[in-house]
Design a protein around this ligand. Sequence first.
Ligand code: HSE
Length: 408
Amino acid sequence: MTKFAVLGHGVVGSGTVELFLKNKDKINQKCDLELELGRILDLRDFPGLPYSDKFTKDINDILNDDEITVVAEVMGGVNPAFEFVSGCLKAGKSVCTSNKELVAKKGAELISLAKENNCNFMFEASTGGAIPIIRPLHTCLAANEITAAAGILNGTTNFILTKMLTDNMTLEDALAMAQRLGYAERNPAADVEGHDACRKICILSSLIFGKHVYPDWVHVEGITGITTEDAEYAVSFGGAVKLIGKVTQTDDGKILPMVSPAFVCSANPLSHVDDVFNGIMVFGDGFGEAMFYGRGAGKLPTASAVLGDVIDCAKHKNTIRSLTWEDSADNSFIADYKDSETRMYIRLENCDKSAIEAAFPDCEYLSRKAQPANEFAIVTPSLKEREIDEKLENIGGKVLGKIRILDL
Ligand code: HSE
């Protein structure tokens, strides 16, 4: 028999217990296991549940229980999660987490601690919710050189953008709905300002390129500056606005991880990833490209990924060695986004068309209904970001919006 514990009984924690108890017999039969729920750690009381007897407020009840060999950490945040996870790993218990902040900030250290103590540190649920993306990267696609990944990594902002574009909802109303549905972070600024997507692109970049990418090293822009006018221009461009997390290799051997809104043309499947769904495209030398799609947030979708790792750990105590990367001393391997080339959508007010044409001779003009005579919206040719910014400084008029074009 293998017992597992659950740290945290919030949205994901309660989902993990619910899904396990619902499917326990099938899981054990299919996976040839005798998996049992051991303890649940939470400071709150949960009377009246069929499993109320499992709760403890003391992590030592889990650390000192030799029958518990796998722990699901679903509390979120770095403290006290880091202390608890480290304690479990030091006690030789494998840990499975949905906590992207913990993995993005402490992943290298925890992976190393798991190795030292002959157990596993797994985090499929940390990126892409229910979507298998971590495991394919280090197992199924392991024979390839992965060159890039790009995707919609935050369910809340994708839900908000979809509701704004299709139902004319305000950002605030759509966010409130995402909170009610259990998609948003405790502090939803982490969603709308792009920090949650940043943590996820850090995890993907670290796994793909083998060196820890810390969140502070990533250029991040959220969705708070996106207007309905931008969305209309995106439609005129033939696509949609999405919050994209992306990592690419640059010519000088560095990598460029970044999070920002982008116009995605309708020929790109990411433009059709709507609501709470996430979609991630991965590029590699052997397989070309692959796309991963599914629910990126929510109670049971995230629980599904957590339990997948719990089952894996119950079956393979100390064999998951490909889920790894090294720590990095500095960010010298991260490129400056200002040196990268992109096409850019720019919305301008009170600017001479002649000045626009002088600055961006081959630009494409976009239009929208009720477009004021003093407003222009263009898509520039591919240029260095630094160059685009320099040209805009001298163009006159006011820049009302500036969004990258996703060219993969
Ligand atoms: N707030 C996150 C999201 C939860 O909306 O994607 C899943 O990581």
